[in-house]
Write a protein that binds this ligand. Structure first.
Ligand code: AGP
Length: 607
């Protein structure tokens, strides 16, 4: 959570910082601020609210060519101007922005207060500024290194000192930080989206590293002052990918990108000769892969839902026992890490703290963890033993859409690869592969249902509660449909396995509580139809997402959306966009901020 950005170079810093923060706004958006240095003067401007509000109060002619900025997702202290970053030290000469949580801030604060220090905010961050000031003896980098060694918890920080113009020091532990290498200018940010308008040459920092950046260059050292040899990577996407391109918001754009993004996730990964999947980055020999007897998937939120689909598939198609675990739970369960178990950490951002820490715990115990990530160079991608990039392109809207279907594509490819190593025949492999190849076109057809879905959303958007129900592969989709709806429309929604409702949730059914049923023509269709009848018998309205031409489902439902027909194992792809569109149109109907829903942030880097 929180986004930080820094700029030092020949240009005026303020517009670069504000524009960078706008790109990072998905990381948190309750308050924002910048600090800009002009000579020995450090000007801080900050406010509650979104970046647009900050932009409105930053003078167009604000001088200064070096600065830092922050967009906040509040953790310690309410949403107030005083708690917004940047924070200063008592002398006013040091300014600092921080992403993360200082777990021992209270103890440090009390000790400093006992020595007379006065704090102006309720944040954990302000103690870092005070500590740096205490260690400062003319060299900001040295002071930062000394200060961060006293911190427990996580931090990505950018710091400036009034007496060292043009210099920004960044340090990270547990919160991402990237250095951008420009021509005569340098940037520092939580992620590359903030800097891609200026440079595509980036250096990903690791925990325990400190960056010292000036207009003409940078150094990266560890906390013991040893230089760290870093590679300069190149960002492989363009600014256009993070523009709205005519869509009303990023979520809408990202929903409609799915035929292409799924195509990219599959591209070059299907081997026609052997009817199998090809995943180059796993860093495991075929023998090692073949010897895996169990798969455990760790993830959070939407990525966990993709993991649930993956687990169903890996078990039922590749015949490998598989389960998807919530990262925030497995981490503290002292998990048993058996030999021949393959762990998969699934994360769009590659920075989710729950997933990252769970993965570190598994690796510490000797487990092999592969990452399934979207963001190239992200911490999970770099710390895993190998993995798969899903290539959905930058996902900006807080609600994950295209990353979900690209994660599915990765799971289907992995399933094919493992199934063909075990029992799946070449003929069956070809059938699976052909169905997978047909997915992008069929997903494009589901997008043409947009107007029908909008009409249904209009009809039901005023409901207070929703149930989302499905069986087997549709169960994770029911969870995902409910999550999408509550996340962006704030309507209460619960996802259940349709077979589970009779065990309690059916008590919620009433004419005011619509049920969204996912009913593909799979081997459980009849059972799901019975569950629909149970709801109808109790006066509950039913919206059915079924298969085009399925008259039984159409007749039973109050409202019906028909997706194209496909091999029954592939309906998760075809149900995704309709569910996303349903949530999207409900949110529009209720005038919600679709891309930046309340209380949320895209990249959840706190526990
Ligand atoms: C999805 O719409 C969410 N905003 C959220 O659940 C998200 O999927 C979760 O925080 C995990 O993020 P990750 O994929 O970046 O790890």
């Amino acid at each position: 959570m929180c986004g930080i950005v820094g700029y030092t170079g020949p240009r005026r810093a303020a517009p670069v910082l504000v524009e960078g923060l706008k790109r990072l706004e998905y990381r948190g958006y309750d308050s924002a601020g910048i600090a800009v240095q002009s000579g020995s003067d450090l000007k801080v401007i900050k406010t509650v609210g979104k970046i647009a509000r900050l932009k409105a109060i930053v003078p167009a002619d604000l001088p200064g060519t070096c600065g830092i900025g922050h967009t906040r997702w509040a953790t310690h202290g309410g949403v107030t101007d005083a708690n917004a970053h940047p924070h200063r030290d008592p002398t006013g000469k040091i300014v600092l922005v921080h992403n993360g949580i200082v777990e021992n801030y209270k103890g440090i604060k009390e000790k400093l207060q006992a020595k007379g220090a006065v704090f102006l905010s309720e944040t954990d961050t302000e103690v870092i500024a005070h500590l740096i000031a205490r260690y400062y003896e003319g060299d900001l980098e040295k002071a930062v290194k000394a200060a961060v060694q006293r911190l427990e918890g996580t931090y990505g920080i950018a710091v400036m000192h009034a007496d060292e113009p043009g210099r920004i020091v960044g340090a990270r532990k547990g919160s991402p930080l990237v250095v951008g290498v420009g021509e005569g200018e340098m940037l520092l940010a939580s992620d590359v989206t903030a800097m891609v308008a200026h440079t595509k040459r980036v250096v990903y920092m690791n925990d325990g590293e400190v960056a010292d950046i000036r207009p003409d260059g940078f150094t990266i050292t560890d906390l013991d002052d040893r230089p760290v040899d870093k590679r300069i990577d190149s960002v492989d996407w363009d600014l256009g990918e993070i523009e709205k391109e005519g869509f009303s918001c990023y979520m809408e754009k990202e929903i409609f990108e799915q035929p292409e993004s799924i195509g990219r996730a599959l591209s070059g990964r299907l081997d026609a000769e052997f009817a199998t999947g090809k995943l180059g980055g796993l860093n495991l020999t075929p023998q090692q892969l073949h010897s895996m007897q169990r798969i455990k998937i760790i993830a959070a939120g939407t990525s966990w839902h993709a993991g649930l689909v993956g687990a169903y598939l890996l078990e039922s198609v590749a015949r490998i026992p598989a389960a998807a675990e919530l990262a925030s739970e497995i981490r503290y369960r002292n998990p048993v890490v058996e030999p021949n178990t393959l762990f998969l950490a699934v994360s769009q951002s590659g920075e989710t703290a729950d997933t990252l820490y769970a993965m570190r715990e598994v690796r510490r115990k000797g487990g092999t963890v592969l990452g399934i990530c979207n963001v190239v160079g992200s911490t999970i991608a770099r710390e895993s033993d190998g993995g798969v990039y899903v290539h959905s392109g930058p996902e900006i809207a807080v609600a994950s859409t295209k990353a979900f279907t690209s994660q599915l594509a990765a799971f289907y490819t992995l399933t094919l690869l493992l199934a063909r190593m075990h029992d799946m025949s070449p003929t069956e492999g070809r059938r699976f592969m052909e169905a997978l190849r047909s997915v992008p076109d069929k997903v494009a057809r589901t997008l043409t249902l947009r107007d029908q879905i909008q009409a249904i959303a209009k009809k039901y958007a005023k409901a207070r509660d929703f149930l989302f129900l499905g069986r087997n592969l549709m169960y994770p989709l029911a969870l995902e449909g409910a999550l999408k709806l509550k996340e962006i429309s704030y309507i209460h929604a619960e996802g259940y396995g349709a077979g589970e409702i009779k065990h309690g949730p059916i008590a919620l059914v009433s004419p005011e509580t619509p049920s969204v049923f996912l009913v593909p023509d799979d081997f459980l269709r009849e059972k799901t139809l019975s569950n629909m009848k149970e709801i109808k018998a109790r006066g509950g309205p039913v919206i059915a997402f079924g298969v085009e031409g399925d008259e039984d489902v159409r007749e039973l439902a109050d409202d019906f959306i028909g997706v194209p027909k496909i091999d029954e194992r592939f309906y998760p792809f075809l149900m995704s966009a309709p569910l996303q569109l349903f949530a999207y149109f409900c949110a529009l109907e209720l005038n919600r901020d679709v891309d930046q829903p309340r209380n949320l942030a895209k990249s959840v880097t706190v526990e």
